[in-house]
Design a protein around this ligand. Sequence first.
Ligand code: SF4
Ligand code: SF4
Length: 157
Amino acid sequence: MAKKIPLVAEEMTPENKCSFCKNSKCCTYFTQQIDTPRKKSEFVHMLWQISHRDVQFYKDEDGWFLLVNSPCVHLLEGGGCGIYDSRPKICRDYDNDYCEYDASAEEGFELFFDSYDALLKYCKKRFKKWDGKKAKKGKQGKGKKGSKKKEGKKSKG
Ligand code: SF4
Ligand code: SF4
């Protein structure tokens, strides 16, 4: 995620690639890996989470992830980083070799839930008795600001 705006047209290299990427997709979300959900109560909890704006879930070859589509507050208009010299390690370490400038991460998803309805539909298909006995409502995580830690970028499939 190196970001300097080029003044003149230049050939793309790994070093200057990010300067060509005007929407900086990798700076507009974060992900948090979660344990593979198996129980009905775990899916009920996920339904509560996905009821919040800009929250999604996906599963790829690395497992299940919570995805929060919320741009970094340091992302500048035009795609620059407002704290470039002191940006977090995860941003420094992010490899732009084959990133979302090249292909959408969604291409590698085995499952993708972009709404409450989409996840509910999956739950009803997965659990034959979904509409039967109510699963215990999960409330853990509510108000725990520490759980909103930046975890990583969407993995590629
Ligand atoms: S999506 Fe790729 S090219 Fe664009 S800013 Fe991120 S690492 Fe750089
Ligand atoms: S700190 Fe800078 S490089 Fe890191 S996500 Fe935010 S805008 Fe992008």
